[in-house]
Design a protein around this ligand. Structure first.
Ligand code: X5A
Ligand code: ZN
Length: 674
């Protein structure tokens, strides 16, 4: 088991079928979707960095894990059909076409997903992506649908359970269409959690199913294990997507504790796509991928579904694969507040699932006005004829995502000489002395008596390290110091002396944060612990108070997903300083997950400050800074009611300033404007 490396599965053969007649519904599903995606990976040097795994044909037994014998036998005949027969055969299904070579390609597409599962489950690679055609998530037990022939991801999930005894599989479907085939396959199965967001427009958008709405939560034993997030407007942006991840998917996924994550990786949810008509930019997929990468010990398999704007598709595929490879994620771009319609969906989903997930137990109820009023508005809008075609017609333009550069040093440590430097990291000690001005400032602030030269050296190393991080010569850092508060203070003072530098300080555990840091708007301080100072919170000092402190994992995760991540995204720091207060009580795996998640910000520039007695944690901290997979948390209990209530009070107070904290739609003016 190496658990490193990223698989790429691709075979040109899957470009060798196409639409042979005129059908406006199917003309966007072209072979170039695959060639441009693959060429972009090659051109960006990403294909070369992946472990290439060959495709195989899925066997009958594999396909029968999901599909009926009658259906398989029918599809088997298609290679021998005449054009007329193929057209006729196609007619019994919705929005799909057949070709003499599609059966072969469909076997390869499903087989590619299985090869990927094999690679990840045997530990040959950590994660990977399969570039396939035809896609899979619309196909049903006995029907092709929506360009899909066999349900690649559903087959992969059943296969993983059968062959590897995987107990829980999370399927994240970020394609812009509802993967109804996946939903039907697993709706009564609690071992597979299916999450899908999709353009819905109150059932006006294809496939126009009642059961794609938020209230289809699964059935029988599988109740609660089907999560639908309907988008009732087009034009959703990065902020809408990330908000759903923070407030729905991530808390539920961490509570579910999957052993394997499968992604129905459709990129028709990206800007420029003629089907989705959404406005999320390709770099958002770096974030979506990154946020899922420490679930299931890092075992993530992404399988291509839709994506019909060739430019947007290729860029999005590159962002996804580059993130799987472990490169630092870009700063979030175009991050606006979630729109009202997105907030309505968010609120509906959270309320529909509150009975099934303890992380959502205290979610707001649904005001009865939402669903009914929305439908009314939708109809009115139709009458006024606010032309959807008009909106779709304007060609979207967006800048190409900037090249993502990985600093030569991934993780550097400032350590006392007697502490060994972990593998893969560099021990940092500044070659140059601190400039005289900074040195005298430090001496003045902390060493009035001027005798602790070891501590002064540590602090000046720390500052030199921070400077190298700013220059992007070093990605992340870790320092073991004798006083974390002093170290935090000197780093903050130094960095905020430069204009446009913004620090997100995350304090884990108790301990006073000096008030000048707390009040400074160049720093956002979020403190998680049994901090008593609830009333003192202001826009830039946010204490999230937990009765039992950081040892309470469920409360802690509630704070991380519901507060820290949305705040971090909205603040968009240039540096994250993570301070581990002495006796914080945080458990090792939660600490590691926190580090992984914080690397969503500031190009991965995270500086961890720990006090010397936390020396035993240096290794696992460095490992997470290097991006190594983290093992799952132990089972989460219900968060304490009083904690959740305190958190909700804080949310209400802060959401006027921090829009990504919102989990409900405002009471008035619903959904009439994007
Ligand atoms: C895989 C996928 C879309 C089908 C749209 C048909 N299918 N109108 O994106
Ligand atoms: Zn799609």
């Amino acid at each position: 088991m190496t658990m490193t490396g990223t698989a790429l599965i691709y075979d040109e053969e899957m470009t060798k079928y196409k639409l042979l007649w005129v059908d406006p519904a199917c003309k966007i599903e072209v072979p170039e979707r695959l060639t441009v995606s693959h060429e972009a990976l090659v051109k960006n040097g990403l294909a070369d960095r992946c472990v290439s795994i060959p495709v195989r044909e899925a066997t009958d037994a594999d396909i029968l894990l999901v599909h009926s014998e009658e259906y398989l036998e029918a599809v088997k005949k298609t290679p021998y059909m005449t054009l007329e027969d193929l057209k006729e055969f196609t007619l019994q299904y919705g929005d799909v076409y057949f070709h003499p070579n599609i059966y072969h390609c469909a076997k390869l597409a499903a087989g590619a997903a299985l090869q990927l599962v094999d690679g990840v489950m045997t530990g040959k690679v950590r994660n990977g992506m399969a570039l396939v055609r035809p896609p899979g998530h619309h196909s049903m037990r006995s029907a092709a649908n929506g360009f899909c022939v066999f349900n690649n991801v559903a087959i992969a999930a059943r296969y993983a359970k059968q062959k590897y005894g995987v107990q829980r599989v999370l399927i994240v479907d970020w394609d812009i269409h509802h993967g109804q085939g996946v939903q039907y396959c697993f709706e009564d199965d609690p071992s597979v959690l299916y999450f899908s967001w999709h353009r819905y427009e109150h059932q006006k958008f294809w496939p126009q199913l009642r059961e794609s709405d938020y209230d289809s939560v699964g059935k029988e034993k599988g109740i609660g294990f089907n999560i639908n997030v309907p988008w009732n407007k087009v034009g959703m942006e990065n902020g809408d997507y990330l908000s759903v991840f923070c407030h729905i998917l991530l808390p539920v996924a961490y509570e579910f504790r999957p052993d394997l994550v499968l992604v129905c990786a459709g990129f028709d949810s990206a800007i420029g796509d003629p089907e989705g008509e959404m406005c999320a930019t390709p770099d958002v997929f770096a974030h979506l991928t990154h946020l899922l990468m420490n679930l299931a010990g890092g075992k993530l398999c992404a399988v291509l579904e839709g994506g019909y704007n060739l430019t947007s598709l290729a860029q999005s595929v590159c962002q996804t694969v580059q993130t799987l490879l472990g490169d630092p994620v870009p700063r979030p771009t175009n991050l606006n507040s979630p729109c009202i319609s997105a907030l309505e969906s968010l609120q509906c989903v959270r309320s529909a699932h509150k009975a099934y997930w303890s992380c959502l137990k205290h979610a707001a109820d649904l005001p009865t006005s939402i669903s009914t009023k929305c439908i009314k508005l939708a109809t009115e809008e139709e009458k006024t004829g606010k032309g959807e075609e008009e909106k779709g017609a304007e060609e979207k333009v967006w800048p190409e995502p900037p090249k993502r550069v990985t600093p030569p040093v991934r993780c550097a440590l400032v350590l006392p000489d007697d502490v060994a430097c972990p593998d893969g990291c560099e021990r940092f000690s500044s070659s140059e002395d601190l400039d005289p001005l900074s040195a005298s400032k430090l001496r003045e602030s902390f060493f009035k008596d001027g005798n602790d030269s070891a501590a002064l050296t540590t602090l000046s190393n720390l500052i030199a390290l921070t400077e190298k991080m700013e220059k992007n010569e070093i990605c992340s850092g870790l320092a073991l110091v004798c006083d974390v508060t002093m170290a935090m203070t000197s780093v903050v003072q130094h960095v905020t002396a430069f204009p446009s530098k913004r620090i997100l300080v995350v304090c884990v555990g108790e301990g006073n944060v000096p008030s000048h840091i707390a009040k400074d708007r160049e720093t956002l301080v979020v403190q998680i612990g049994s901090v008593e100072a609830e009333e003192q919170s202001c826009k830039y000092y946010i204490p999230v108070c937990l009765k039992k402190g950081c040892s309470d994992s469920s409360g802690f995760m509630q704070a991380v997903f519901g507060f820290l991540l949305p705040l971090g995204y909205e603040y968009d720091p240039s540096l994250v300083v993570l301070v581990r207060m002495p006796d914080s009580g945080v458990c090792d795996s939660m600490w590691q997950h926190l580090i992984g998640l914080l690397q969503s910000f500031a190009l991965g520039h995270t500086l961890v400050l720990m006090q010397e007695e936390d020396k035993p944690c240096v290794g696992l901290t460095a490992s997470s800074l290097l991006g190594h997979p983290v093992s799952s948390l132990e089972q989460l209990q219900s968060p304490l009611t009083e904690d959740v209530e305190a958190i909700e009070r804080l949310r209400h107070r802060l959401q006027a300033d921090w829009k990504l904290l919102q989990t409900t739609a405002p009471e008035t003016g619903r959904s009439d404007k994007h």
